[in-house]
Design a protein around this ligand. Structure first.
Ligand code: ADP
Ligand code: MG
Length: 418
């Protein structure tokens, strides 16, 4: 039993789904009212009128697309917990990701069982209360994900130095997630020794809470908290897209910034991190083959519905001898390069070998300057009114910049020049 007097709205054209949801709710909630809307075209207006705390949207709807409906309901009722109920099929994860981008707080798969619904709702309602308290304190985390079409472009270096720089500049709590499950590196780079990693959270099923998450995260001397990936030689435990959605939702309540080092392959788990990010930073090196792959990856992101203002392309090691110029890169990608980091192999290697990030150990130099400028740009982008601290809550505009809002504006990537 998880909650009292809860108004739940179910939007479904399917009689069986209605019966199953009713059965699951009666087995999981102590006191609730269920309002069933059988005509999806009327659902948004009815939701605005009744203002339910929970809205479950079935993927089988007679006359409306469920994703559009989720987007509309989420805009009208920003405080409601909107859940997507999706048929288990190969396309389910992709549909669920779209639903999350449109504003859903999570998804449930058919056949629905009472226990899943109870744990999911209990988890979300608990987090919702925590989020309201946190919002009063001004915490509503910004998620920044670093990714690349290939390894070795500097994702880990950037994620680490950005996380530490953001903490120093904004004074907010910062979480750094190692989501490179094939080649994790944050433990070694930050010289962190702990037995804990993300799998400690997975074993608790869906009952993630603040205390558990904080106990699993390692505190680094810089003040940031790191959530490590499991050791690559251990038995691989699958981290699902659903885990990622829940984890990010909880971390957003606890941290001002969540920086994610996303690994390869870009599978559904990796995409779950990108889907939940307010900003995706794609790092490239100034070399031809990498650029072609970057273009393919960017096209994939746009096709998936990512608006272009949520994707930043950055060139790492831009001053590398023989490297392609920024102008050439922009012409080839038909994109604006948001930032460049100069090449400084000795400094970066020295910093990795000592386990001290360069932004902590060096105050001067072109590379550190580039990081400082990058962090300023990030803060301005995510918090346009100025620096958000625990004492000065995020404004509505900053809050809206959290996740993809679904307004898709696709840039033309053009052709690949010979
Ligand atoms: N600005 C830079 N100048 C020189 N070398 C760099 C720079 N940034 C990263 N590197 C080096 O590039 C290599 C790959 O960086 P890393 O952050 O591990 O990339 P990824 O996480 O994408 O695989 C590392 O050896 C790192 O030391
Ligand atoms: Mg790495």
């Amino acid at each position: 039993m998880v909650e009292k007097s809860l108004l739940v709205m179910l939007i479904s054209s399917d009689e069986t789904v209605r019966r199953v949801v009713e059965h699951a709710l009666s087995g999981s909630l102590e006191d609730y009212q269920l309002d069933v809307v059988g005509q999806p075209s009327l659902a948004s207006l009815r939701a605005a009128e009744l203002r339910p705390q929970v809205v479950i949207v079935d993927d089988y709807l007679d006359d409306t697309g469920p994703i559009e409906l989720i987007r509309d309901v989420s805009r009208r009722l920003p405080d409601a917990i909107v859940l997507f109920l999706v048929e288990t099929c190969p396309e389910a994860i992709s549909a669920a990701s779209q639903a999350v981008m449109a504003g859903a707080k999570g998804f449930l798969t058919k056949p629905l069982n009472a226990r899943d619904l109870a744990t999911h709702l209990g988890d979300l309602l608990g987090r919702d209360r925590a989020a309201r308290n946190r919002t009063r304190e001004g915490i509503e985390g910004h998620v920044i994900a670093f990714c690349s079409p290939k390894g070795g472009t500097g994702r880990t270096t950037m994620a680490i130095n950005t996380a530490i720089g953001l903490q120093a500049v904004t004074k907010a709590d910062v979480a750094l997630i190692d989501a490179d499950y094939v080649s994790p590196a944050i433990d070694v780079s930050l010289n962190i020794h702990t037995q804990h990693d993300v799998t400690d959270l997975l074993s608790r099923g869906s009952t993630l809470d603040e205390e558990l998450v904080r106990s699993v995260m390692a505190r680094h001397a810089s003040g940031i908290s790191a959530l490590l990936a499991p050791s690559p030689d251990g038995s691989p435990e699958r981290i699902s897209a659903a885990h990622v959605h829940r984890l990010l939702a909880l971390l957003k309540d606890l941290f001002g910034w969540i920086v994610v080092d996303v690994g390869l392959p870009l599978d559904e788990t990796a995409f779950a991190f990108l889907d939940g990010a307010g900003l995706v930073v794609v790092s490239v090196l100034p070399e031809l083959v990498g650029l072609r792959n970057a273009r393919i990856m960017l096209e994939h992101l746009y096709t998936r519905g990512y608006p272009d203002h949520r994707i930043w392309v950055v060139v790492n090691r831009a001053t590398m001898t023989g490297g392609i110029s920024q102008r050439d890169i922009e012409q080839r990608l038909h994109l604006h390069v948001h930032h460049t980091f100069p090449d400084d192999q000795p400094l970066v290697t020295h910093s990795v070998n000592r386990g001290i990030p360069l932004i902590m150990s060096h105050r001067r130099g072109a590379l550190v300057n580039a990081y400082n400028k990058f962090i300023d740009k990030l803060v301005k982008e995510m918090i346009p009114q100025g620096i958000e601290t625990k004492e000065s809550p995020a404004s509505t505009v900053a809050g809206q910049g959290q996740t993809f809002d679904g307004r898709v504006r696709r840039p033309r990537l053009g052709f690949w020049p010979d």
